[in-house]
Design a protein. Sequence first.
Length: 339
Amino acid sequence: MILDQLKFPIVLAPLAGGPSTPELAAAVADAGGLGFVAAGYLSAGDLARRIETTRSLTSGQIGVNLFVPGPPADPATYRGFVEGLRSWADAEGVPLGEPRYNGDDWSAKLDLLLGDPVPVVSFTFGCPDREVIDRFRQVGSEVWVTVTSPDEASQAETAGADVLVLQGGEAGGHRGSFIDRPDLPVYGLLALLSLVPKTASLPLVASGGIASAEAVTATLSAGAVAAQVGTAFMLSPEAGTTPAHRAALKTQRETALTRAFTGRLARGIRNQFLDQHSAGAPIAYPELHYVTAPMRQQARQAGNPELVNLWAGEAHALAEEAPAGEIARRLAAGANVSR
C-alpha cells in the first residue's frame, strides 16, 4: 500500500478548481506525504502537462483525482432557478453563462492514466465499475474512492476499491457523494470513522475539518490510516488560491452547505451570493456550474469575495501562511506520527 511508503500519513486533498497546482502537490510529496493532482475541470491534455510538471518537481509519491460523471440534469429541474438568477444578474450587472453538460473528459483521462500510470488514482462523485478499477490495478495504480456514507463505503469495497477516503460533513468544497439528492445525509467525520468499519474492511483515509496536529492525531486514533487535508494548505505560497479567497480564509466567517454556485452540494464560506441564492438551488451539476462560471471569474479578477465560491472546511480559520512542506511536517511531526 502506498500509504506504507510515506514518511508521514498526510494526504493532500485534490482541491480542484484553482488551488491545486503541481507545485503544491510536489511540496507535500517532497515533505513525505502524498501529493494529489486534481483532474477536475481540466482537459486530458492539460492534466497530462500538470502530471509531467509535478513529476519534474518531485520524486515523491503522487496521485490523481478524477470526477466520476453523473447523468445530465433534466432542464425542467433548473430552468426556473436560472431564470430568476438571470433577472438578479441583469439588475446587478453580473455576467452569467449557459447551462451545459459535459463528462469532464472522462474517457480521455482514463486512457491517459491507464497508459501512463501514477501510484494512486482516486475517484470523487461516484464509484467506477469493477472493470475500470481492475484495469487500474492491473497497471499498478491503487484505487481510492471518496465516500460520504456507510452505504457508499460498502458499494466501493464491492467494486474493488483499495482505500476509502471518508469525507465528513466538515470538509470544504463539493460533497463527494455518489448521488446528490435533496435528502442527502451529511455524516460527520467521527461518525463515519465509527460506522464505516461495520460495513467495510478497507483502509480508511480521513477527510474533513483536519487542520492541526491534534486533529490528525484524533483521526488516527479513531481508526484512520492517514489524514487528507485541504483547506489547511490553501494559504501556502504553492497553492493557486486567489487573493479574494485567501482573504476570506483568514476570517472567522462561518461556512455553510450550498448548491447555488454549481448545482452540487458544497461547503464554502458564507457570502452574499451563497446567502441570497442557496434556498431553492437545484441539483444540476455541472449545468449550474457553467451558468455561474462567468460571474465567479469576473469576481475573482475584481477581488470581490461576495460572488465567488469560497470553498473551505469548517476549520478554515486554522489555516496558516507557510510553505506547504512546512505545513505537512507540522501536521504530522507535531502530532508525533512520523514513520
